[in-house]
Design a protein around this ligand. Sequence first.
Ligand code: GLN
Length: 350
Amino acid sequence: MKGYIKLENGLELAGELGDEAQPETEGEAVFFTGMTGYQEVLSDPSYQNQILVFTYPLIGNYGINLEDFESKRPQIKGAVFYECCEAFSHYEAVYSLQAYLKKWKIPFLHHVDTRYLVKNIRSSGTMNAKITSVPAANVPPIKLPEHSGGETSTHGNGIQHTVLIDFGFKKSILTALIERGQKVTVLPYEKMEAVFDLHPDGVVFSNGPGDPKQLAGYLSAVKKIARAFPVLGICLGHQLLALAHGEDTEKLPFGHRGANHPVLDRETGKVFMTSQNHSYVVKRNKGTQELKIRFENVNDGSVEGLFHPEKQILSVQFHPEANPGPRESEWIFDEYKAMMNQTGRVAIYA
Ligand SMILES: NC(=O)CC[C@H](N)C(=O)O
């Protein structure tokens, strides 16, 4: 059955509806440039309310396994592919990508000229979009995703205790912490002040969907926590730490979503490849300068991470937990651990 993706700027492209029973969806159209990693990306909570366009022309060829989910369900509102292949081959795969999307009633469109579509999004900027079976549909305004923190839960049995403040965390962040000897308490962000009763060795502010300014009501709590414990902020968590310290954020024209974004560490002069998924960034040279820039994006010079010169505060815009993408920034978790042991950050960079 024929279907369409219509953008807010009027562009309409035809394709084939993947699931005729689910022909309609709306969301912010964003694009992901990785060649692999679709399972992790589709289940990453930071993609809530978005229609995800895959730039790589063949997606789905290694199927879906039971291990690589970043959360319990797909988080996107819809997906667009050039080819979303039905046949798959991988020793761990249990069903096809198409079957996964159909199971969760996620509308998707394939056989779309995704190259043309993405070039249009790149020149017009991120826009709202609609997937539909009806040509010339209207694209309604899209609401920002609601942050909804989950349940409090405890994981791992390490000696050190990290509280992970949950804005919609990726499972791989939890795994990276447990692998580094942490007992982790996941705390929904609405209850973040309960961290003071838990007396952890450190606190991690997670990734999450939407605009960080939606969470303005929590910034004083974020700052209070950053004054009391060694803290690491990842993606949305980084943006919140910045806002809490008087910095500002802005929206990028079409975001960074992929597995090969080069980042420069200004401390060491080293460049490494990172996994990224964000629309918003911390503005350069704004605010109080209480936090300093540690990392920057090599392609567009945007801020990729901050630190506090005297306190144990580190934040990264990229995803050190990878999944999908390169693992060469996993050492950020080791640096967080060194901060907790009071041997990192201040000692290293004073
Ligand atoms: N991965 C994330 O945490 C994304 C943060 C925020 N939602 C953004 O798009 O910039």
